[in-house]
Design a binder for this molecule. Structure first.
Ligand SMILES: Nc1ncnc2c1ncn2[C@@H]1O[C@H](COP(=O)(O)OP(=O)(O)O)[C@@H](O)[C@H]1O
Ligand SMILES: [Mg+2]
Length: 307
């Protein structure tokens, strides 16, 4: 598959975002004061417990819904609606593939609404099916495929947009363990081949550490960022050796601790002091290592939440 013309795209910057559903006595503040920055080419996993607002955050990042407060920018532009640079793979393939359409047409279908001509739609669909290891199933219907294969079709459809940013919402939650490992490795190799930015939300801490260059932990009531960890496991990951690496298990322990602390604020133990970044890593007026602009008011809030 050819490299995407717009490899990496622009940065996605979330500043002090809040999202509330309902009104009056039905009001439910799901997210508050959440700040986060993802740079072109990064693979960032957002991990948090079920119901924390992961899907809500991803829908905000896709431009499908608007935050109640705060801003989301893609590059220099405020993100207020879906953007051609940002594709989404939704949580459950069973609800997103159309059973009466052949696999090839399922992949090509969304491109029709973007004005892509039929020949180009079919070319992209075949190319993307090939990229996910399904070169020979274009003529089948989704229900003729296993769950893991159907989820590959959903990923192929996300890739067909040729968008430099791919958002994935618990994309492997509905498949068996072996297919899940295969799909994780497929996602890593697609990211390496295409140079795209990937933001993947999951409740699975091990999956987040295995896939991410960085893991952002969200939690609390309402939900905000409670930790932001660089994953220094290199780019060459392996389901057996990487998961057995002590650095992997150390990261998993720290993430689990953070999530538990966020779930039970009254029982929080004092957090370890954050290591101070070296001066050359955070040039004046720029962005600190955790991805939040140094001069942002959201930095203060996030720091408070971590403590
Ligand atoms: N459209 C909506 N209207 C009302 N409440 C919603 C809506 N979408 C999500 N919620 C609520 O927001 C909370 C977070 O949901 P969600 O983002 O799906 O969490 P997660 O993906 O982390 O499991 C849940 O309590 C859910 O009921
Ligand atoms: Mg969800």
């Amino acid at each position: 598959m050819q490299r995407h013309a717009k490899t990496g795209g622009s940065s996605l910057v979330v500043e002090d975002v809040g999202k509330t559903f309902g009104h009056g006595t039905d009001e439910h503040r799901v997210i508050e004061g959440l700040s986060l920055r993802v740079d072109p080419g990064e693979f960032v996993c957002i991990v948090g417990p079920s119901g924390a607002g992961k899907t809500t955050l991803l829908r905000c990042l896709s431009g499908l819904i608007r935050p109640t407060s705060g801003t989301i920018r893609y590059g220099d532009e405020p993100l207020t609606r879906p953007h051609a640079d940002i594709a989404v793979v939704f949580q459950d393939y069973r609800g997103s593939l159309l059973p009466w359409m052949r696999v090839r047409d399922n992949v090509a279908f969304p491109l029709e609404g973007m004005g892509v001509k039929r020949a180009e739609r079919n070319r992209r669909a075949e190319e993307c099916l090939h990229a996910v290891g399904l070169a020979d199933v274009g003529d089948k219907y989704p229900w003729q495929l296993s769950g893991g294969m159907q989820q590959r079709v959903a990923i192929a459809r996300g890739l067909a947009y040729e968008a430099p940013v791919l958002l994935m919402d618990e994309p492997f939650g509905s498949v068996d363990a072996q297919s899940r490992f295969d799909l994780e490795d497929l996602t890593l190799s697609l990211r390496a081949d295409l140079g795209i930015t990937v933001i993947l939300v999951t409740h699975d801490i091990d999956e987040a550490v295995y896939l991410g260059d960085r893991v952002v932990v969200i939690g609390g009531r309402p939900t905000t960022v409670v930790d932001n960890l660089q994953v220094d496991l290199g780019t060459d990951r392996d389901q057996i050796t990487t998961r057995a690496d002590h650095r992997f298990t150390d990261l998993r322990t720290r993430l689990l601790t953070r999530i538990r602390e966020a779930q039970a604020p009254a029982e929080r133990t004092p957090a370890r002091p954050e290591p101070k970044p070296a001066p050359d890593e955070t040039p004046g007026g720029g962005t600190a290592k955790d991805g939040i602009p140094k001069d942002s008011p959201a930095r203060e809030k996030t720091a408070r939440a971590v403590r």
